[in-house]
Design a protein around this ligand. Sequence first.
Ligand code: SF4
Length: 294
Amino acid sequence: MSWPLSYAEPVFRPPSEAGSLILQLTVGCSWNRCTYCGMYRMKQFRVRPVEEVVAEVRAVAPLSSRARRVFLGDGDALAAPPEVLEEVLQAVRDYLPWITRVGIYADSRAIRRRARELPRLRELGLGIVYFGAESGDDETLRSVLKGATVASQLEACRLVLESGLKLSVMVLLGLAGVEGSRRHAMATGRFLVEAAPTYAAALVVTPVPGTELGDAIAAGRFEEVDRWGSLQELAWMLESMEGYRGPFHANHASNWLPLKLRLPRDREPALDLLREALASRNQDLLVPAFSRGL
Ligand code: SF4
């Protein structure tokens, strides 16, 4: 029997959804304008016909009794109409009753648009929303064309959590370059405290050729933070995360010094380690460039 799910490649998912069954509910990202993001540039955003997705759920059921989680892609699947989301979640419930959690990528516009429907989606099995906030600094959000403000992103976080859903927020070290480094890092730490997501992760921005950020770097208009600069940003971020409670991970393939923390318990030891690395510039503390897996 051949695998019944078809994908418009490339397909992305959060690292924590590595073992999940991926259903491509939408293709691409409804925004697709962030200057640093090349993930969906080649895709014209569209919502797949719901009957096609439901047929895939039905067809994959006999082959996926070991799967425990489903992830709904692509970049901003929450932008699909609510009736489509409901029908797909209901199909997962009907045909894959062993699934314990459904996850989805969403940006702040989609979350705010779906505010009223979020509790119903949770009842139907949606369990976690992954949201790339990237920065808690308005100037940085403006400069990368995120199409959102700190206030609108905080509102999106509040709406998700008030619906009883788990919220995973990603932020990007290095997004404001050398020039805005400290401002971005400190504001982002404060943003995370206020947003109080279930999980938070800090990744290092990875410029992609062909994006506006990639072009700006090539033309010398944007000075990137180097590996030590990204550690410094992480230290500034942690310094401004007084009062934050919960898991905070900086152990993605892009991170130079992988940290998997539970705050507030691990905050001071992590700051000590970062300060030691910054003072010594000891390369042995870092992941070698060749094994970063990017
Ligand atoms: S909203 Fe997310 S997926 Fe869409 S362009 Fe921005 S970073 Fe990329």
